[in-house]
Write a protein that binds this ligand. Structure first.
Ligand code: NAD
Length: 491
């Protein structure tokens, strides 16, 4: 039965309070979360401050010794139970997330939410095989262990809220840590549902805590808290700087997964249809994807043909309500984000860029849809090339030689990902080796494996997530060196 602290979103009751130490906790102040799909307010949520953050870190610290001492197998059992809960409530999670952040319902149902469950299962099981063979130094044994580090702060963005939270919550908990999760203020609802799911799965009180609120209040207090042993953050570069500065006071290790202006290199020897498909995929999630290859770098001799095919494909994309099965591009998350994207495009046009596709708001009801846009005649040092727009806006530059392609690709301050379309295997190897990027995709895009590292170079981040890399970050890695013999008694 809905109470004063429940919002019913897409038919699902969502508790609007924090989740601290196994209890729902309300704040005196609230903030309003509105839907980019309907424009209507969805919920008034408790607005966390340093007080709630401190209570959550204390709860996480209290729960830590018992959770750290729990066997990996038992922790895995509980994380699988959370995955079961995610799968059971998949339709609800998908519907709530869509209303909350405007991403496509069909992606949430078929791709994103199943991956959330998969993330919990993968990271549940990974520690069971985590380990190295002992080393021997003149009879001395080096035994390496991954010890839980303590309470962790997990701070997440709005573009893939539950997916990115599960990327952090699952390995942190599997490693034996306790966590305080601070979801983004524009899309906080599925984090509250995750707290319900974890509680129903039997996760002990205080192991997972959720504090909602604004970044500069709850987020800043969490990153700066002396009781935190790790800060794992996904979001923008300016916020990363604040978080790293706050964490530096206690030398708390930080993992930073940030943005990018990744390139897609299209060589003349590439399959033209594949190259165009890869390019059009960059409009997924209305371009609000950190990995998006926003810079199309196309060999001059095929640029005209590429552009013709690209324009035809984009004309077939349908903008609309993200709940409709036929919609390809939904709204941007927030009027502020819409204004930001449009500002970038207007400044680029004023600076001489040409919009060969799109170039402005779509003028649909709600006012948050932006036309898929492709800008040409952009210089390498132009703002639109160098800065992350985080909307459905791509640029196209041409190159004549492989050397020039690599130079343009590497010519920004970012290095999250790069995609190469070519039919020449040797070229693929040569070019991939020279690209500055955490991930290079060759003739494919967005193929991910949780065993592989993921992260960025340069301004795109610090550290890698996935597989052992997640556990290297979330653990204190210890080497115990034991001398041979010398034991009392037998053996
Ligand atoms: P953001 O940096 O504005 O916010 C991210 C989170 O940080 C939110 O929870 C916010 O409340 C919090 N925050 C804001 N100020 C804070 C502060 N001073 N101290 C502590 N926390 C604070 O980012 P966003 O706009 O929500 O997300 C978009 C950005 O995220 C883009 O730059 C995108 O590229 C990046 N991103 C990166 C990845 C990746 O894996 N590399 C994935 C998704 C998004």
């Amino acid at each position: 039965m809905p109470s004063a602290h429940t919002a019913v979103v897409a038919g699902t009751p969502v508790d609007t309070r924090h989740w601290i130490g196994g209890h729902r906790v309300a704040s005196a102040e609230t903030f309003t979360d509105a839907s980019p799909v309907t424009g209507a307010p969805l919920a008034r949520l408790s607005r966390g401050t340093a007080t709630e953050v401190d209570a959550a870190v204390t709860a996480a610290a209290d729960a830590f010794p018992a959770w750290a001492a729990t066997s990996r197998a038992e922790r895995a059992r509980l994380l699988h139970a959370i995955a079961d809960g995610v799968e059971r409530r998949l339709e609800e999670l998908a519907a709530v997330e869509t209303l909350d952040n405007g991403s496509l319902l069909r992606s949430h149902r078929r791709g994103v939410m199943p991956r959330v469950a998969h993330n919990f299962r993968f990271f549940a099981d990974h520690p069971l095989s985590l380990g190295r063979d002992d080393l021997d130094t003149r009879g001395h044994t080096h035994h390496i262990t991954w010890d839980p580090a303590g309470p962790c702060a997990l701070i997440t963005p709005w573009n893939a809220p539950l997916m990115l939270a599960s990327w952090k919550v699952a390995p942190a908990l599997a490693a034996g840590n306790t966590v305080v999760l601070k979801p983004a203020e524009w899309s906080p609802l599925t984090a509250s549902l995750l707290a319900d799911i974890a509680a129903a799965a039997g996760l002990p009180a205080g192991v997972l805590n959720v504090v909602q609120g604004y970044g500069n209040e709850a987020g800043a207090a969490l990153a700066a808290h002396p009781g935190i042993r790790r800060v794992s953050f996904t979001g923008s570069v300016p916020t990363a700087r604040s978080i790293a500065t706050a964490a530096a006071a206690h030398l708390t290790p930080v993992s930073l997964e940030l943005g990018g202006v990744s390139p897609l290199l299209v060589f003349a020897d590439a399959d033209p249809e594949l190259a165009v498909r890869l390019a059009v995929e960059q409009y997924d999630n209305a371009g609000q994807v950190c990995l998006a290859a926003t810079r199309l770098l196309v060999e001059e001799s095929v640029a005209e043909d590429f552009l013709r095919r690209f324009t035809t494909r984009v004309a077939g994309l349908r903008l609309g309500d993200p709940r409709d099965e036929g919609t390809d591009i939904g709204p941007l998350i927030h009027p502020r984000q819409h204004g930001r994207v449009d500002g970038y495009v207007r400044r680029a046009l004023a600076a001489g860029a040409r919009a060969v596709v799109g170039g402005g708001p779509a003028g649909l009801p709600g006012g948050l849809h932006y036309r898929p846009t492709l800008l040409t005649e952009v210089a390498q040092d132009a703002e639109i090339v160098q800065e992350e727009v985080f909307g459905p806006v791509l640029t196209l530059q041409t190159f004549r030689t492989e050397e020039e392609a690599v130079r343009l690709a590497n010519g920004t301050r970012y290095g999250l990902a790069a995609t190469v379309a070519t039919g020449d295997r040797e070229r693929a190897e040569r070019v991939s080796a020279r690209l500055v990027a955490g991930t290079v995709w060759v003739n494919c895009f967005f193929v991910r494996d949780l065993r592989a590292p993921f992260g960025g170079s340069r301004l795109s981040g610090i550290g890698r997530e996935g597989g052992d890399w997640s556990f290297d970050f979330f653990c204190d890695v210890k080497n115990t060196v034991t001398a041979p013999g010398g034991w009392r008694g037998h053996g």
